[in-house]
Design a protein around this ligand. Structure first.
Ligand SMILES: Cc1ncc(COP(=O)(O)O)c(C=O)c1O
Length: 368
C-alpha cells in the first residue's frame, strides 16, 4: 500500500516531503459502516468511521504522516533516528514510514502493548525499547516520555516528533480526517463521538466541525483512570485510549461534554458489536461506542450519531478478544453474559442490511 521510495519516484531535493505527499495522495477514503440499535425503545442510527481500514491499520497513519512531514528537515542528516513514545498504532505507522525512507526507528513502549502490533513494528525493522514499569502501574506514559528524553540526549541525530505536543498531530485531522468524514456522513448526524489519548484526533475533528457544521454536538470519550481531562490516574488495561497526562491540544471549547466509561463496558461493547454485525473494532472504539450508548439513553431526541473508530479488532486477538485476557480484567468470555455489560438498555446492533455484516468494507461504504 505504501508507495516505494526510489530515486525515480522521489523529489531529489526533498525525498521525505515527496514521500508524504504521495502517501497522502494514495491513501484510500476510509469507509464508514452504519449500524442500528434501539435505546430506551427508540430506533437509533450509529455511523462508524472505521479507520482500521487504513494502509497502516489505524487513524494514526494520518498522524504519522503529518508528524514526519513536520520534522522532514531533520531527517535528511545521515544517521537520523526517529524516536517516539507510543502505545502501538503510531509506532506501527512510523515503523512502516521509516522503513520506506531508510530511517532507523525506535518505539518506546510498555508491556500493555498488543503483541500483534509489536511484531509488525519489528517486521518493519523498528526497534522496541521497553520501559520496565509494572503492568498495573498508572504511569506508563510518564515513564515512556522519560525514556524518550533520555534516548534523545544520548543518541546522535535523534529526532523526536513528539505526538503529545506537536500541533502537526491535530492539524492533519482538521484538514483531512474531518472533511473526509463530513463528505461521507449524512447531514442528519446530530452528535460526533471520538476517544482521546493525545487528544489530537478530537481536537482536529472539532476545529473542522465547529466551523463547518456548528450544529453538530462533539463529545470526547475517555476511560476511567485516565487523566486526559484531569483527575487521579488509575491503572488501565486498554491501550490507545486514555493517558496519564492532560492533553496539550484540547481546549474546553473543543467539546460539548466529556464522557468517562469503564474499560470493561468498552470491551463488552466490542464483543456485542462483533457478535451482532461481524464488525470487530479495537478497545478504544468500544469505549466510544459505550459513551455513545450512554448519551443516546439520556437523549431521546438524538437519532443519528457518528463514532470515530481508531482501529479494528485484528490487533487485539490476544487481548480484547481473548478469553484469558477477559478473565484477567474480570469479564466473562460468554457472549450472552458479556452482552449484559453493554448497558444503557441496548438490546444489540443490526447492520444496515439487517444481516450479519462482514468486517471488510463493501463497495457501497466507499463514497465516489
Ligand atoms: C486505538 C487508538 N484509539 C484512540 C487513540 C486516540 O487518539 P489521539 O491520540 O489522537 O487522542 C489512539 C491513539 O493512539 C489509538 O491508537
Amino acid at each position: 500500500m505504501t508507495p516505494p521510495v526510489t530515486a525515480a519516484t522521489t523529489d531529489a531535493t526533498d525525498p521525505v516531503l515527496d514521500y508524504v505527499r504521495r502517501a497522502i495522495a494514495d491513501y484510500p477514503v476510509v469507509p464508514v459502516r452504519t449500524v442500528y440499535t434501539e435505546i430506551a425503545g427508540i430506533p437509533r442510527t450509529i455511523t462508524l468511521k472505521l479507520e482500521g481500514h487504513s494502509p497502516w491499520r489505524s487513524v494514526k497513519g494520518r498522524t504519522a504522516l503529518s508528524l514526519i512531514r513536520s520534522v522532514a528537515d531533520r531527517l535528511t542528516v545521515p544517521g537520523a533516528t526517529v524516536i517516539e513514545s507510543t502505545s502501538g498504532n503510531l509506532g506501527l505507522a512510523l515503523s512502516a514510514i521509516c522503513r520506506d525512507l531508510g530511517l532507523r526507528f525506535i518505539a518506546v513502549v510498555d508491556q500493555r502493548q498488543s503483541p500483534v502490533i509489536q511484531k509488525t513494528i519489528e517486521d518493519n525493522g523498528g526497534e522496541l525499547d521497553w520501559i520496565k514499569t509494572p503492568d498495573d502501574a498508572a504511569t506508563h506514559l510518564q515513564d515512556r516520555l522519560a525514556r524518550v528524553r533520555e534516548l534523545v540526549r544520548v543518541l546522535p541525530h535523534a529526532v523526536w516528533p513528539n505526538q503529545y505536543e506537536n500541533d502537526a498531530n491535530w492539524r492533519i485531522h482538521e484538514t483531512w480526517t474531518a472533511p473526509e468524514l463530513d463528505a461521507q456522513a449524512s447531514a442528519s448526524a446530530q452528535v460526533l463521538f471520538a476517544g482521546v489519548s493525545t487528544g489530537g484526533t478530537l481536537a482536529g475533528l472539532s476545529r473542522y466541525f465547529r466551523r463547518a457544521r456548528p450544529g453538530l454536538r462533539i463529545i470526547g470519550v475517555d476511560v476511567r483512570g485516565s487523566t486526559v481531562f484531569g483527575g487521579v490516574p488509575r491503572p488501565r488495561a486498554l491501550t490507545g485510549i486514555g493517558a496519564s497526562r492532560r492533553s496539550a491540544f484540547l481546549k474546553p471549547a473543543d467539546y460539548d461534554t466529556v464522557l468517562l466509561v469503564e474499560e470493561r463496558r468498552a470491551v463488552a461493547c466490542c464483543h456485542t458489536l462483533r457478535e451482532d454485525t461481524g464488525i470487530a473494532v479495537g478497545g478504544s472504539s468500544g469505549a466510544v461506542l459505550a459513551g455513545a450508548l450512554d448519551y443516546l439513553y439520556r437523549h431521546p431526541e438524538v437519532r443519528h450519531v457518528l463514532c470515530l473508530c481508531p482501529d479494528l479488532g485484528d490487533n487485539y486477538a490476544p487481548t480484547v478478544y481473548h478469553p484469558a485476557w477477559l478473565d484477567r480484567i474480570g469479564l466473562p468470555a460468554d457472549p450472552g453474559r458479556l452482552r449484559h455489560r453493554t448497558g444503557a438498555a441496548c438490546p444489540g446492533f443490526r447492520a444496515h442490511d439487517g444481516q450479519s455484516a462482514p468486517t471488510a468494507p463493501s463497495e457501497e461504504d466507499v463514497p465516489r
